[in-house]
Design a protein around this ligand. Structure first.
Ligand SMILES: *Cc1c(COP(=O)(O)O)cnc(C)c1O
Length: 361
């Protein structure tokens, strides 16, 4: 296996994290970087100081969007141990996304080891309060300076680290969601199941529109008929009915969330009736009218669980659980975050420890 080159900054003072961290504004000192060429494959792995990227204005991904990314987290547990949550699954998904848009896959084990090395070097940057974490952003993009349309021949992988604050600094707060049939995020057989910038570009205007109308985010319907429920904002969606919990089955246009998978596994373990199936927006409004709609929540790495308190579809306004977070939502949030911080035993092998060691630089 290849040797990582280390260019480590002399740390002149202790890392001082600000009181409020927010999301994605602050970055650690170092990143991991690796290059791909057709001749050498993935090579040149290095851990080096975060610096600006110098690139040719014709760099392919800027023009044609050939890029993929991931979002995962590392936590500092009560006893000081540093762990990641299901990082192996995230790297697997990075490769799945890559395959769909002609980006060469990485060696999963090598990238996981490199990630651990980087986190180990930056462990002083990991905030320790409950809810806080180190957000991990791996991404790959095509680097050829070329304006023709074809897959790039050369790529760069970067892993960037950002200490982030609690998603709910003022407690678990339900959100207000607008069901959009005016815009779609993705279509089956398109890019919906890849974590790629194009999907985010497609979603921005609908999100802005919803915010202007006083909502937090949109609920996405399917791209063909605008009939089936797909996702909420940048999260997967769960609909709790009286006798069944439903999450849309993965159909190619839905992002296969790791939190979605975690929640499904927990619900099964708790002997709850969880179904991965198609669900129409009409079934949701019918359930609401009949008093069978217990609640709706989103799942994703950033929020873990996000309760929907209010839902609007066309002229129909629905208040869920009096606009309060549901019992199940809170139970899932507590269970998953307790495992993150080592307050509950991880019986699923979801936690991947980052061993503390001296780095040879
Ligand atoms: C990342 C993402 C999710 C959530 O995935 P997690 O692995 O749970 O973080 C859901 N939907 C979309 C569109 C996403 O980009």
């Amino acid at each position: 296996m290849q040797q990582i080159q280390y260019k480590i900054k002399e740390r002149t003072s202790q890392v001082n994290l600000p009181e409020t961290l927010g999301f994605g504004k602050l970055f650690t000192d170092h990143l991991f970087e690796m290059d791909y060429t057709p001749e050498k494959g993935w090579h040149n792995p290095s851990i080096q100081p975060v610096d600006g990227l110098l690139m040719h204005p014709a760099t392919m991904f800027i023009h044609y969007g050939q890029a993929v990314f991931e979002g995962m987290k590392a936590f500092k547990q009560e006893n000081g141990d540093v762990v990641t949550f299901r990082a192996d699954k995230h790297i697997e998904r990075l490769n799945n996304s890559s395959r769909r848009i002609c980006i060469p896959e990485v060696d999963k084990d090598f990238v996981l080891d490199a990630l651990k090395e980087l986190i180990n070097i930056e462990r002083d940057w990991i905030p320790a309060k409950r809810g806080e974490s180190l957000y991990i952003r791996p991404f790959i993009y095509g680097t050829d300076p070329f304006l023709g349309v074809r897959p790039a021949k050369n790529y760069k992988l970067i892993i960037l680290l950002s200490p982030v604050g609690a998603y709910y600094p003022e407690g678990f707060k339900p959100v207000k969601i607008l069901v959009t049939d005016e815009y779609v995020r993705a279509v089956r057989k398109g890019l919906g199941e890849c974590k790629t910038p194009a999907n985010y570009a497609a979603s921005l205007l609908a999100g802005e529109d919803a915010v202007k109308k006083g909502f937090t985010q949109v609920l996405w319907l399917d791209g063909v008929e605008q009939k089936y429920v797909e996702e909420v904002g940048t999260m997967n969606i769960f609909i709790q009915l009286k006798d069944e919990i439903v999450t849309p089955k993965l159909n190619g246009s839905i992002l296969p969330g790791i939190t979605r998978r975690t929640v499904i596994e927990l619900l099964k373990e708790w002997n709850m009736n969880i179904a991965e199936r198609e669900i129409t927006i009409d079934e949701v409004t019918d359930a609401y009218d009949k008093g069978n709609l217990v609640g709706v929540f989103g799942t994703g790495t950033a929020a873990i669980i996000s309760s929907v308190g209010w839902l609007q579809y066309k002229d129909k306004q629905m208040t869920l659980n009096d606009g309060k977070a549901g019992e199940l939502d809170i139970k899932l949030f507590d269970e998953i975050t307790s495992i993150h911080y080592g307050l509950k035993e991880d019986t699923h092998n979801w936690i991947i420890p980052v061993e503390q060691k001296e780095t040879v630089s």
